[in-house]
Design a protein around this ligand. Structure first.
Ligand SMILES: [Zn+2]
Length: 181
């Protein structure tokens, strides 16, 4: 039998890099790296973020698929129980807090990206659940006061009742809460 020199059984392409929404995407048509996100969807249980983008240079639209590298960390809840970190759970929590608020899913994805990045930077194994609550609260405080109070009260990010009331008071005084996008 003549030696068969077929294609090597080398590894298939696995060039999927984690992207934190910070790296510039290049337009496949004109190579400009100036685009904006039109639509953002998380698939595969939150591990792939699919973003529809529009190039500011030529106006063409393209899709980027960004694999969010799975991070394996254990969340330590207040009662000391451990739970594997779940991007989807964090996302769901923020989506709930932002219901009927002018906060786009793209903004929410950016918050979750930041939560993951900071967990990765600061913890090797176990992450206190309050850490996640604090990071998300920080973002929402600037983004939308209503979503912020909803989130922080549900996730008990306030250390005590007086702190909660302190945060609430200025919001109650505002006649109109300006929409922040
Ligand atoms: Zn272009």
């Amino acid at each position: 039998m003549v030696g068969y020199h077929g294609p090597g059984n080398g590894s298939k392409e696995r060039g999927e890099l984690p992207v934190w929404g910070l790296l510039a995407m290049r337009c496949p048509s004109c190579c400009a790296d100036d685009d904006f996100v039109v639509d953002s969807r998380t698939t595969s249980e939150g591990r792939v973020v699919r973003r529809r983008r529009e190039c500011r240079g030529c106006g063409k639209r393209f899709t980027s698929r960004e694999r969010v590298e799975e991070i394996t960390r254990l969340i330590v809840k207040k009662d000391r129980r451990l739970q594997p970190f779940s991007r989807q759970k964090v996302l769901d929590g923020i989506v709930t807090a932002c219901q009927k608020r002018p906060v786009s899913i793209e903004r929410i994805e950016i918050i979750v990206d930041d939560v993951e990045k900071r967990i990765r930077d600061e913890f090797d194994h176990e992450v206190p659940s309050v850490f996640i609550g604090e990071v998300v609260s920080e973002h929402l405080r600037d983004l939308d006061p209503v979503a912020y109070v909803r989130f922080a009260s549900v996730y008990q990010a306030f250390t005590d009742v007086s702190q909660f009331l302190n945060e609430l008071a200025p919001l109650m005084e505002k006649k109109e809460i300006t929409d922040v996008r």
